[in-house]
Design a protein around this ligand. Structure first.
Ligand code: NAD
Length: 326
């Protein structure tokens, strides 16, 4: 029997990669996919163009905070993979309201819809490593307490905990993934890699926060999607799975690689005051998903980054209009 999957936020960076993968040649022939997306500045119908004509695909333009719509959709799907969120830390520092209403309120609305559906769907909640806070040495296992620092990560931590509460309190089959920083094609050019690449390709300048020593673990979006698929198809109810790439870089090291890839040098970099509340280092321990579900990242960072830069170089028609948005 076909699984009917509701993908929220499927017009964004990771959600659209998930949908293109599920409905693509490496995907699952036994699924149909409905995307529910509000099409905020970050949602882009062009990201779904490759699957638009697929009879297994449908699109609903709407808000996860709309309880009537959520109930109607939850009733006719077997699984929900929940990506929709306000996702940019800098925007959450400028104004947190949309982050609380979408990330916390919207997630709770969807969970309620799932709980009261005729046959409650499996609920895969896509969370982030940022919910753990910052760690100087070592890596977080899934059992570590959440200690978020930005309004973005606090709102994600709220939704993550509410999702787990719906499992513990009501027995809903909720599965949570906490992933590190993603990179790849179709990422909105406000996040560091596409922001730097598009500016450098345009001959512009880029800005590096603080001393550039903040460390992030980078994962190709395709590996994140692989992890989410393992959790959707084989994960356990009430379980949390970290997903990471094992490529830790300081922002300064990453900037050096991006300058090289774009044929630019350090004269194009401005050092600016550090971001408020800037987490120093993120590092997830991915042993559980590797042991229990056989997860292993496939994309080597150097190759993945070179392919990503080449994609932005070749797809100006995708990103140039986005620079005038939001
Ligand atoms: P994105 O900003 O590219 O996409 C978010 C999508 O959600 C957009 O299509 C937007 O239109 C949609 N959306 C926003 N508010 C909505 C609402 N109220 N109703 C319906 N749709 C709404 O984000 P992304 O980078 O693809 O991240 C997807 C998810 O993965 C998020 O939950 C994020 O927290 C999580 N995550 C991201 C990363 C990363 O590195 N980008 C890492 C770990 C986890």
């Amino acid at each position: 029997m076909k699984s009917r999957i509701l993908v929220t936020g499927g017009a964004g960076f990771i959600g659209s990669h998930y949908v293109r993968t599920l409905l693509g040649p490496r995907g699952d022939p036994d699924v149909s996919v409905t995307v529910l997306d509000k099409l905020t500045y970050a949602g882009n119908p062009a990201n779904l163009e490759p699957v638009r004509a697929d009879p297994r695909f449908s699109f609903v333009h709407g808000d996860i905070c709309d309880s009537r719509l959520a109930a109607e959709l939850a009733d006719r799907h077997d699984q929900i993979v929940h990506f929709a969120a306000e996702s940019h830390v800098d925007r959450s520092i400028d104004g947190a309201a949309a982050f609380i209403s979408t990330n916390v309120g919207g997630t709770q609305t969807l969970l309620d819809a799932a709980l009261h559906a005729r046959r409650p769907p499996v609920f895969v909640h896509v969370s982030t490593d940022e919910v753990y806070g910052s760690i100087d040495v070592g890596s977080w296992p899934e059992t570590d307490p959440l200690s978020p620092n930005s309004p973005y990560s606090a709102a994600k931590a709220g939704s993550d905990l509410v999702a787990l509460a719906y499992h513990r309190t009501h027995g809903l089959d909720v599965r949570v993934t906490r992933c590190s920083n993603n990179y790849g094609p179709y990422q909105f050019p406000e996040k560091v890699i596409p922001l730097f690449v598009t500016r450098l390709l345009d001959g512009g300048r880029v800005t590096l926060y603080g001393d550039g020593g903040n460390v992030r673990d980078w994962l190709h979006v395709d590996d994140h999607v692989q992890g989410i698929e393992l959790v959707r198809t084989r994960g356990g109810a009430g379980e949390v799975y970290n997903i990471g790439g094992g490529t830790e870089l300081t922002n300064k090291e990453l900037t050096g690689l991006l300058l090289d890839a774009c044929g630019a040098d350090w004269s194009r970099v401005d050092l600016v005051e550090d971001r408020k509340g800037h987490d120093r280092r993120y590092s997830v321990d991915c042993g559980k998903i590797a042991r229990n579900l056989g997860y292993r990242p496939r994309h080597e960072f150097g190759t993945g980054l070179a392919e990503t830069v080449a994609w932005y170089r070749d797809h100006r028609a995708w990103w140039e209009p986005l620079l005038r948005r939001g």
